[in-house]
Design a protein around this ligand. Structure first.
Ligand SMILES: [Zn+2]
Length: 302
C-alpha cells in the first residue's frame, strides 16, 4: 500500500475546476515525515524558548533581590555610622563630666576618643559586590564592640553618679553653662593677635553678642571684682567659685553685681560691651583653676 499511487485533488473555488496531482506513496511518506520532523523540531524549540524566558525572569528577580539587599546593607551601614557618632558624643560628654568632677585629671582630650569605636568607619555610596561581605563583617565587629562599650559606659556612668552624689556642693559651684548667648569668635589657645598680628596665647573664650546682651553666672560663686581696673579687660567681673576655680568676664558694658556679693548659677552679673582692649562687643570668658587659665569649653555642658 505504501507504493501505491495517491492523488491529491485541489479544487479551485467557485469555478468548479480542479487539479489532480499524483504522488507516490513513498514520496508522500517522505513528505509526511519531513513535516512531522519539522513540527517536532518546532515543539522542541518552543520548549527551549519557554525555558529561557523563565530563566531570564528568575535572573531578573535575583538581580532585584541583590539590589534590594545591597540597599538594605547600605542603609544599615549608614545607621551604624550614626550610632557610632552618637557613641562618640556620649564618650566626649562623659569625659567632660569626669574632668569636672575630678574623676580623671585634665584628661578630656586624652580620653575623648575612647579606644575602638573610631576604628570602624562605614563609608556609604559606592559599594562593589566584593566589598559587601567586607562591610557586613565590619558591621558585625562594630556591633560586638558596641555591646562592650555600652556595658563599659554603664559602669562609668554609675561611677560618675556615685561621685556626683558625694560632690553636690562642689558641683553647684562648678561652671557648667554658657555665660551668655552668642557665637564663639575666638577659642582658647594659641592665635594670631588682632592687635599685634603676632602669635599669642589667648587665655579665654571670646563670645560675640550684641551690646547689652545679659551675662549670667555659670555657677554659684562670690564676686571678687566688679568694675574697671584699666588693665585692658575693661569693665569686668571676677567670680570665685571655691575649689580653686575662678572665672572672669571682660569687656562688659556694665556690671549687675557688686564686690563681695554672692551669686547663684544663672544669675545676671552684667551686660555684653566693648570696653577695654576690644574690637567689638563680646565677652572674654576665662576659667582659672589653681591660678592657671584652662579651656572654658571644658566647663560648658550645654
Ligand atoms: Zn578674648
Amino acid at each position: 500500500m505504501l507504493f501505491k499511487k495517491y492523488h491529491i485533488v485541489i479544487f479551485k473555488d467557485k469555478q468548479g475546476t480542479c487539479r489532480k496531482m499524483g504522488i507516490r506513496g513513498g514520496i508522500f511518506l517522505l513528505f509526511f515525515l519531513l513535516f512531522a520532523g519539522m513540527a517536532a523540531g518546532n515543539v522542541y524549540l518552543w520548549k527551549h524558548y519557554a525555558k529561557s524566558i523563565k530563566v531570564e525572569k528568575d535572573l531578573n528577580l535575583a538581580e532585584k533581590t541583590i539590589h534590594e539587599q545591597k540597599t538594605q546593607l547600605l542603609s544599615l551601614a549608614q545607621k551604624l555610622g550614626g550610632l557610632q557618632k552618637s557613641l562618640r558624643r556620649i564618650n566626649d560628654f562623659d569625659s567632660k563630666l569626669r574632668v569636672m568632677i575630678d574623676l580623671d585629671q585634665e584628661s578630656a582630650q586624652a580620653s575623648s576618643p575612647k579606644g575602638g569605636t573610631q576604628s570602624e568607619t562605614f563609608s556609604n555610596g559606592y559599594l562593589p559586590l566584593y566589598r559587601q561581605e567586607l562591610l557586613a563583617r565590619k558591621m558585625h565587629r562594630f556591633l560586638k564592640q558596641l555591646n562592650v562599650e555600652a556595658r563599659l559606659e554603664e559602669v562609668k556612668q554609675q561611677e560618675i553618679l556615685a561621685k556626683l552624689r558625694q560632690k553636690q556642693d562642689i558641683l553647684e559651684a562648678t561652671p557648667s553653662i554658657w555665660p551668655t548667648t552668642g557665637w564663639v569668635t575666638s577659642p582658647f589657645g594659641w592665635r594670631t593677635s588682632p592687635f599685634t598680628g603676632k602669635r599669642e596665647h589667648h587665655p579665654g573664650l571670646d563670645i560675640s553678642a550684641p551690646s547689652g546682651t545679659p551675662i549670667y553666672a555659670p555657677a554659684k560663686g562670690k564676686v571678687t571684682l566688679a568694675g574697671n581696673r584699666h588693665d585692658g579687660y575693661g569693665i569686668q567681673v571676677k567670680l570665685y567659685h571655691g575649689g580653686n576655680i575662678t572665672t572672669r568676664y571682660a569687656h562688659m558694658k556694665k556690671t549687675a553685681v557688686k564686690h563681695g556679693q554672692t551669686v547663684t548659677r544663672g544669675e545676671l552679673i552684667g551686660y555684653v560691651g566693648n570696653t577695654g582692649r576690644s574690637t567689638g562687643p563680646h565677652v572674654h570668658y576665662e576659667v582659672h583653676k589653681a591660678q592657671v587659665a584652662v579651656n572654658p569649653m571644658k566647663y560648658i555642658l550645654n
